[in-house]
Each structure stands twice: as C-alpha cells, then as structure tokens.
Design a protein around this ligand. Structure first.
Ligand code: AMP
Length: 286
C-alpha cells in the first residue's frame, strides 16, 4: 500500500451513502465511475474526466458475478486492489466503494432488470445474460451512490447505450457520460483482458482497430456499408481471429443500418483469439 495514498475505501452501502451524504449536505456534486478493477489507463481517463464533471469522484470496484456466464472468466478475472487504489488515488478519486458479493446480492436477492432496444443482438447473441447482469448492478450502484453523473467508456459501446437507455427509462436522476476509448500506440483498445494475450496473439490484436478504421474510412468515402463490413470481417479472420460479430449499427439505437443516410453509424465487433475475447468499436467520421 502506498503510504501517501489519501483515497478512502468503504465496503458497505451505508458507509458509501454516509460519505456521499456529507458531500451533498455541503452542496457539492458527485461523479461515479463503476469498474471491475484491474484498473488501466482507460479507467484512469474515466476518473480524470469525472473530476471535470463533479466536485468529488467515487470509483466502485466490484467484479460482478452475474454478468459472467458459467463458462466465462470470473474466477481468473484479474484482481489487483492495492494497485487499483494507487491509480485511483493518483487520478484524484477520493472514495473507493469496494463491496463484497454479499453486500450487493443479499440473502434472497431475486430482482433482475429486463432489457430490449440497444441490448438486443451483438453481445447478447453470444452472452445472453450479460447485460441483464450489467444493468442490474449498474442500477444498484447508481441508486446506492446517487451521483450527479456517472461515466462509462465508449470501449464497451453497447453497454454505454444500454446504461443510457436504462437511466432514461427508469428516471434515474443521473447524467450518463461516455468517454472515448483509450488505446495502445498500435491501436489496441486497453482492456483488463489484454493480460491474457500471448505474444503472437498480442501481435495480431491491432488488426481489430485497423480493420475497423479501414472500414470506417471506406464508408465515409462512400463505399456501401455491406462491402466495407465484409472486407473488415475477412481481414480480422485472416489475422487468426474467430469472429463473433462485426456489424454496422445505428449509433444510438444500435438497430441495423444499411446506409449513413439513415443516421449516425457505429461499427462494433467481438472476436476471439486463443482463450481471449476482445471487443472494439468505432464511429464513422462525418
Ligand atoms: P470494466 O472494469 O472493464 O468493467 O470497465 C469499467 C469502465 O471502464 C467501463 O465503463 C468501460 O467501458 C471503461 N473502459 C474499459 N476500457 C476502456 C478503455 N480502453 N478506454 C476507455 N474506457 C474504458
């Protein structure tokens, strides 16, 4: 533990609410950055953006079991709490909410948020219960913290749209802010799961961003979406990935879209290499 750290950790909803309540009583605003820990520069960008949005920043660190399927990587998901607290502290975050599973899912817990709209298709075709788990825990974290603003990465673009819709539909009194994806120099989107990549897999990984960038540029230059997407799919597969999906969707509703004339376009992909599954996405430039 860093001796100069000033961030405070709380483990219960009661302690979280007490601290946020003190700030609120002083007329000060609060931002929440929900995470599953294993913090990297992408999370740091969220916490830095949060400082610009509110007087105080809270990070939650909780590896949410309900968003992992039984076959997924819950047990091996990286857990690096001390380093996380150092990074959050250095980013100006004052409070870390670090609950255990029992604090979030008490005895008899049985309520789950049911989703449609932007939750349909894409990730849901491959991880059918994922967004129900995400939406339920995010709703709980928002109700527990009652922040003025909550920040989410565009890296998980479908999640950002699901959470934006959730807050609107349930009248949660919080502003949802999306933060641009932080990437390695070669284009690979930072992810806690990148540590799983072997040397050759890591060397192939920048293909994802390259394929998306080329398709985005081609569509912006007038190439039909279907052709550009097809070329990108081939490029990703040729680099050794098993492709779950690479699709063009309406940037807000995530409905399928055939032409930029129908609205803003977002390209989204998920692909597997070895035992690692990576996701990425990109806007089509105007
Ligand atoms: P996670 O800990 O993976 O659940 O991510 C917590 C938050 O950080 C989510 O809102 C993610 O979208 C965001 N995030 C993860 N990776 C990045 C990245 N490379 N750039 C920006 N935000 C990110």
């Amino acid at each position: 533990m860093s001796s100069t750290r000033t961030i405070r950790s709380v483990h219960t909803v009661a302690d979280l609410r007490a601290q946020v309540g003190r700030w609120r009583a002083g007329g000060e605003s609060v931002a929440l950055v929900p995470t599953m820990g294993a913090l990297h520069a992408g999370h740091v960008a969220l916490m830095e953006a949060a400082r610009g949005e509110a007087d105080h920043v809270v990070v939650s660190i909780f590896v949410n079991p309900t968003q992992f399927a039984p076959t997924e990587d819950l047990s091996r998901y990286p857990r690096t709490l001390e380093a996380d607290l150092d990074k959050a502290d250095a980013a100006g975050t004052e409070l870390a909410f670090v609950p255990d599973a029992g604090e979030i899912y008490g005895e008899g817990f049985c309520t789950t948020i049911s989703l449609a709209g932007p939750a349909l298709g894409l990730e849901t075709d491959f991880r059918p219960t994922h967004f129900a788990g995400v939406a339920t825990v995010v709703a709980k974290l928002l109700i527990q913290t009652l922040p003025d603003v909550a920040l989410f990465g565009q890296k998980d673009y479908q999640q950002l749209q699901v959470v934006t819709r959730l807050a609107r539909d349930l009248d949660l009194p919080v502003r949802i802010v999306g933060v641009p994806t932080v990437r390695e120099a070669d284009g690979l989107a930072l992810s806690s799961r990148n540590v799983y990549l072997g040397r050759e897999e890591r060397a192939a990984a920048p293909t994802l961003y390259r394929a998306l960038s080329e398709a985005a540029a081609a569509i912006a230059a007038g190439e039909p979406i279907a052709n550009a997407v097809d070329a990108a799919r081939h490029e990703v597969i040729a680099a050794g990935f098993a492709l779950d999906y690479l699709e063009a969707r309406h940037a807000a509703t995530l409905a399928p879209i055939a032409s930029p004339a129908e609205g803003p376009v977002r390209l989204l992909l998920a692909a597997r290499i070895g035992t690692t599954r990576l996701i990425d996405n990109l806007a089509i430039p105007d």
